[in-house]
Design a binder for this molecule. Structure first.
Ligand code: TA6
Length: 283
């Protein structure tokens, strides 16, 4: 069983596509640029399965959650069907809005009434915003991330700027998760899986594609950097063995100690944007 076709998003400033399944953006190509969003050639498009690539919405927990015991991985939002509330041009942009409602009875691991609204704005930049509202009578906490897979020419030649001095959880360390401090720019020579305490701008300098991807965030205290490298990529059935050099995940979120807590009726909006700077000079 496959998915209904995606919603095509097109404007003078570029084009893209998003599925109601997971409110999952799977493509964005700004006018005059190469595609920015990466999608595995082995991605699966079927109910209940996360699409490999694009921008999965991680909610209401990250990985197996703070307890380390929650399923499905990265929460249920990316495998639920969201309602498409609207999709329309706005000037030279195009905007789509998706909604996911939780009654508090349909998710045993998250027994709270909530609503999530996700706005996708395709223009000269890709602008994403995730708004969560507590519709319950009790407070709740959640983790969130916009798990963006970005296309690069060769991750072995990519440099990531903007995280110097930030502490991070090293999830790829075979001895277990360790807290380290980033020294200068991030480069890649193996599996890299890090949750940074970082709220600021990140720049992905890509000399092969001759561009820098500039990521900005609002209300996001965590930045995740992930490349599976050879062995992890080979272990994933929906990730081609030779695809790992062509992508890097730079995820904006609020994870672990930075999880969001909402009192009844409170709401929180996290924003994440990507734009292309044609230079590859970095700092
Ligand atoms: O964001 C990094 C990460 O947590 C990695 O540990 C890896 O598991 C990745 O997410 C992909 O997770 P997924 O459940 O989509 O295979």
């Amino acid at each position: 069983m496959s998915l209904p076709p995606p919603i095509e998003l097109s404007s003078a400033n570029g084009s893209g596509a998003a599925y109601a399944h997971g409110a999952h953006l799977t493509a964005w190509t700004p006018a005059g640029s190469d595609p920015v969003i990466w999608l595995s050639a082995l991605a699966r498009f079927k109910p209940g399965v996360a699409i490999r690539g694009g921008v999965p919405i991680v909610f209401p927990w990250f990985g197996a959650g703070r307890s380390g015991k929650l399923n499905p991985a990265h929460g249920f939002a990316r495998t639920r069907v969201w309602d498409l509330a609207s999709s329309a041009p706005e000037g030279d942009d195009v905007v789509a809005e998706f909604v996911l409602e939780g009654s508090g009875t349909d998710e045993p691991e998250f027994p709270y009434a909530f609503s999530a609204r996700y706005e996708v704005r395709l223009g000269a930049a890709l602008q994403l915003s995730l708004t969560v509202t507590n519709n319950d009578s009790q407070p709740f906490s959640y983790e969130e991330a916009l798990h963006a897979y970005l296309r690069v020419g060769d991750v072995r030649q990519v440099v990531v700027e903007g995280l110097g001095g930030c502490s991070y959880l090293d999830q790829a360390d075979p001895s277990g998760v360790r807290v380290r401090t980033q020294s200068g720019r991030v480069t890649f020579s193996g599996e890299t899986d890090r949750i940074y305490g970082a709220a600021g701008q990140v720049r992905v300098v890509d000399p092969v594609l001759g561009r820098t991807l500039v990521i900005d965030k609002q209300n996001s205290a965590s930045t995740v950097v992930w490349n599976p490298w050879i062995d992890k990529a080979a272990s994933l059935e929906d990730f081609g063995d030779d695809e790992w050099p062509s992508m890097i995940c730079i995820e904006g979120g609020n994870l672990r100690e930075a999880s969001v807590r909402l009192q009844p009726t409170e709401t929180h909006t996290m924003r994440y944007s990507v734009r292309v700077d044609p230079s590859d000079s970095g700092e």
